[in-house]
Design a protein around this ligand. Structure first.
Ligand code: NDP
Length: 245
């Protein structure tokens, strides 16, 4: 299937920011969506808005750190729509801090969300894609996967893991599957500074307010990778403000 219309697309982290913008963008192009996140109220607000505008979407309350929850997401796609064409692994947390603050729960959360969360998605979607003999992974990393800037060490390491796992998956995927890495730079979402150490959150929010691109810009990049003809793999996209160093 070429294009976006009719495709069944599951998105993690769809309750706000880039995930919610991707949902709106893809719904506008006729995708059928299965949207996942933990905050039920925010998730259903996104679903309700899409449905109110004539789109097709269902929500699944999931925590990507739990393997069974990703299986629930992909099972929901198959039960609701009969197939799954794309899994967008976008859920993330930018809980950055200097090492000396020893915010070890935040380190664990970033590893669990970005690394285990991605692997849980691969584990759930790959058998479906193999059975169908088609499917696409779109994995959201960050410009932090390309350049480490202190104090983003753990965040950058987990996003580098996303980049490496995506390339390895692409190499093993064969001719039937497509695998895309989308790496945003500063994007205007509520996630910037949220959960970060107070020692850095203020500077992150200031920089976001000064230079960030809208989440719709990242959503367009995700859509671009999905709408290509079946044999065309957009392997890697970096989308950032022109003024971001
Ligand atoms: P938001 O905070 O707006 O979105 C993060 C989303 O991830 C939310 O929907 C949140 O929903 C979800 N989420 C977080 N943890 C979990 C979890 N354990 N299980 C399920 N869902 C989870 O921020 P962004 O939109 O900015 O972030 C989206 C992605 O983009 C992240 O991976 C982030 O690292 C990446 N990114 C963002 C940049 C930016 O400048 N904004 C720059 C580079 C990359 P809920 O809390 O309801 O579960």
């Amino acid at each position: 299937m070429t294009g976006i219309a009719g495709k069944v697309i599951a998105i993690t982290g769809a309750s706000s920011g880039i995930g919610a913008a991707a949902a709106a963008h893809l719904a506008g192009k006729g995708a059928r969506l299965v949207l996942g996140a933990r905050r039920e109220d925010r998730l259903h607000a996104v679903v309700d808005q899409i449905v109110a505008q004539g789109g097709s979407a269902v929500g699944a309350v999931i925590d990507v750190t739990r393997r069974a929850d990703l299986k629930l997401l992909t099972d929901t796609a198959v039960h609701q729509y009969g197939r799954l064409d794309v899994l967008v692994s976008n859920a993330g947390t930018m809980a950055v801090s200097p090492f000396d603050e020893l915010r070890q729960d935040d380190w664990d959360a970033m590893v669990a969300t970005h690394v285990n969360g991605l692997l849980n998605g691969i584990g759930a979607a790959l058998p479906v894609f193999r059975r169908q003999r088609c499917g696409q992974f779109v994995n959201v990393a960050s410009t932090a996967a390309y350049v480490v800037k202190s104090p983003q060490g753990v965040y950058a390491a987990t996003k580098t893991a996303v980049k490496v796992l995506t390339e390895a998956l692409r190499q093993e995927s064969g001719p039937d599957l497509r695998v895309t890495l989308v790496s945003p730079g500063f994007t205007d979402t509520e996630g910037v500074g949220k959960g970060a150490s107070p020692s850095v959150a203020e500077a992150m929010i200031r920089q976001r307010d000064e230079i960030a691109i809208p989440p719709s810009a990242v959503a367009s990049a995700i859509g671009f990778a999905i709408e290509q003809p079946a044999g065309v793999d957009i392997s890697e996209v970096v989308v950032r403000p022109t003024v971001q160093a």
